[in-house]
Ligand binder design. Sequence first.
Ligand code: GCO
Length: 447
Amino acid sequence: PKGRQFPKDFVWGVATAAFQTEGSQTADGRGPSIWDVFERVPGHVKNGDTAADATDSYRRYQDDVDLIAGASLSAYRFSMSWSRILPTGAGAVNAAGLDHYSRLVDALLAKGITPYATLFHWDLPQGLQDKGGWANRDTAQRLADYARAVVERLGDRLKNYIILNEAAVHTVFGHVLGDHAPGLKDAALLGPVTHHMNLGQGLAIQALRAARSDLSVGTTMALQPCRPAGGPLAFWNRLASDGLDEIWNLAWLDPLFKGTYPKAMEEPLKGVVRDGDLKTTRQPVDFLGVNYYAPAYVRLDLSAPSKIAAAAAPNSAEQDAFGRHIDPSGLFEVLDRVRREYGAPKMLVTENGCSDPFSSGPAILDDTFRIKYLRRHLEAVLAAREAGCDVRGYFEWTLIDNFEWDLGYTSKFGITTMEAASGRRIPKASYGWFKALAQTGTLPSSP
Ligand code: GCO
């Protein structure tokens, strides 16, 4: 039926990130990133797992490309490792690092797959962290240098760029809560890190545009509807929820689309924003990348006043194995909010997916749980399109079970998995399901 039909030119893809898949951490002159340092500290990553091997995708990139082609997908979103290209984050470009991405881009194009490259998916060169990382304003310029190095070498073939991935996660989990690299726990970093990433994003967009006029440039945000818990503290829960919404969503949307910051960022940004900065953060983009997994449920935590917010999901909420609450209406909500409040930009869902409850044994290949999750979220995409949202594509997270940050290899988001001993990739049921969808554009109504 027509109501379940995606347009012919809808972009179907999968997404991955360099650190989660590549391995080969010292190959061809790669310098260390903050995640290399962070993952080696006992207690940081579950089971002491590291991404030293990951899915071996640096060496097996052709296998990955073949899988993507085998699923009839038209696009691949991967990220580049900054410290392969600029091993210390500054100074001379490492041509051997760029060679790898050049080979990957060529391999994709040879199969008719459009590459979408994310420049920063959380793996800052450690050399830049040693100078303060994103708390240091200078890092914004370094991001622009990196963008320039990439486009000079690859811009003739690589046309789609995503500057940042989920800067909110990197800021809050990496610098305020400490669960992610660089592992800092300092609320005072919220303002500087947020602003310098927004500034760097603006400078990088300008650098790409200056280098070529034929690029499609965007950025990717982790948009989450923030939902207050009810009950006797509903009024306070609403305040906490609105505050989180400003820090998590608006602190990224507003500077890019409007050249402003929301009220909750006023104090954290004191002394950080300089004259003219908000002209730089406000850049026209060719698309906004939206990553969506779950809403954030919020209540004011009176027992721990240092926290502004604590989880407060309804007991009834269905969860994936990651502990995320499954609610496709949240995807509709964020897409429609961007349409209404930010000038209806072209959007791509650049990540959506779930962690399967069956993490081992033969059941892992029979991932009906994932199929159902994807199907329900794609219904939300169709509904958003019907409501006027200009959503042009959908990238499933992720191509292959990989290194899930602080959770190591325990959390599995892939439509394929890897046989550890051989490195062989094995498709799950969802791989075949997604392939049929990419081929027909028709969303089935079950499971
Ligand atoms: C994200 C991350 C991914 C995660 C995914 C699953 O951008 O959140 O891009 O790296 O693996 O979200 O948790």
